[in-house]
Design a protein around this ligand. Structure first.
Ligand SMILES: [Zn+2]
Length: 128
């Protein structure tokens, strides 16, 4: 989101309201990314023992710089994939709302400064 100057507070607030509305329609979500890994099951007679490994899925995330993962059962993979996407969407929405709020703060400050300038000018013209 670019730092747009000169947009009125009302426009910014309307954008923020819309973004917040997008948040309220949140579906189930989970943090992390889904990764495919190749594993052996431990059975010496299985094809995986000969190098044809099984495909497994894990959900990975970073916690204080360390990678943490949970095993995702195959019948949940499709669903968890949707949860991951939803988490990304919400994260984006949160950033957007935060950025808009920041802009509203900045805009408020510059509006106040402009008002003060005009007041000063007004007072000066009164004195002359
Ligand atoms: Zn196996």
């Amino acid at each position: 989101m670019s730092d747009e100057k000169g947009i009125s507070i009302n426009v910014l607030k309307a954008r923020r309201k819309a973004a917040i509305k997008n948040l309220t329609s949140a579906k189930p979500f989970v943090e992390g990314s889904l990764t495919k890994i190749r594993v052996t099951c431990g059975n010496p007679n299985c094809r995986c023992a000969k190098g044809e490994k099984h495909i497994s899925h894990i959900l990975t995330k970073k916690v204080r710089g360390k990678s943490k993962s949970v095993y995702v059962p195959v019948d949940m993979v499709e669903e968890v994939d949707k949860w991951v996407l939803e988490h990304r969407r919400i994260k984006k929405e949160l950033k957007e709302i935060s950025a808009l709020s920041e802009q509203i703060i900045k805009q408020h400050v510059s509006t106040k400064q402009a008002v003060n300038k005009n007041l000063k000018r007004l007072n000066q013209s009164r004195q002359t």
